[in-house]
Design a binder for this molecule. Structure first.
Ligand code: KIV
Length: 258
């Protein structure tokens, strides 16, 4: 675990970090050869479960998916998102983070910040739990989408926040939807890797929600690049199956037992 965390930290300024989300064993197996970090994100609430936002997912569900993801992963660093209210104070955080590590055997957990939680991060790190920070547009805390760090006072606040998280001992920080200038400043100010999502190329690595990148989530904000429209391909496939069944072309002789 610590070896993997140190590898991530040491890659700053040497190589861009490649990161994606996974919620299942087959996807995590596919990502393992290509990703430095695989995140079991609370984005599963919207991308996988069709919930309205990430606030409805609970710890039991995240743990179950993390166990599945860990099964498919050998090389990549598996980070598990802590759902809202599972780290509202240190006592709760300690209990829940301990359970996440015990049950999933993950490499790290991720906590959203929104100008707080530095002390909780510090105490978790002191207990030996690697923690990834998350600042900017943090969906557990913010109601309406708005890019962050555009105005000067926001930039100052975010730089201060990233320094606090580094000081607390986090091994990296996700920057979500932070303006280019501010992302660049944060990346150049702190010594731990920044992982951007909608935060420009001036980060030490990039992360996207896999379901967005392959085009099955139906979510297409400006910062997502859809690399394949899997939804279209799947739709065509299911129509083919339907027609085969209706025309009695499936199952054929080779799919049947004689
Ligand atoms: O839940 C998630 O997938 C995330 C990423 C968007 C960084 O937190």
């Amino acid at each position: 675990m610590i070896k993997k965390i140190n590898r991530i930290k040491n890659l700053k300024l040497k190589k861009k970090l490649v990161c994606l989300t996974a919620y299942s064993t087959p996807i995590s197996k596919l990502l393992d050869n290509h990703c430095d970090i695989v995140l079991v994100g609370d984005s599963m609430a919207t991308a996988f479960y069709g919930m309205e936002n990430t606030k409805s997912i609970n710890l039991r569900t995240i743990i179950n998916h993390a166990i599945a993801v860990k099964k498919g992963s050998k090389k990549s660093t598996v980070v598990v998102d802590m759902p809202i209210n599972t780290y509202k104070n240190f006592k709760t955080a300690k209990k829940n983070v301990t359970e996440v590590f015990r049950q999933t055997k993950c490499d790290a957990v991720k906590l959203e910040s929104d100008g707080k939680n530095f002390n909780i991060i510090k105490k978790l790190v002191n207990l030996g739990f690697p923690v990834m920070g998350h600042i900017g547009y943090t969906p557990q805390n913010k109601k309406k989408f708005k890019p962050q760090g555009i105005k000067q006072h926001e930039e100052k606040k975010l730089i201060k926040e990233s320094l606090e998280i580094e000081r607390a001992g986090a091994f990296s920080i996700v920057l979500e939807c932070i303006g280019e200038k501010t992302s660049k400043k944060i990346t150049n100010t702190i010594n731990i890797p920044t992982i951007g999502i909608g935060s420009s190329k001036f980060c030490d690595g990039q992360i996207l929600v896999t379901d967005d990148l392959i085009g099955i989530s139906g979510f297409k904000p400006k910062f997502v690049k859809k690399y394949i429209n899997l939804k279209k391909i799947l739709e065509k496939t299911f129509i083919k199956f339907k027609l085969d069944v209706l025309r009695e072309k499936f199952p054929g002789k080779k799919n049947s037992f004689n």
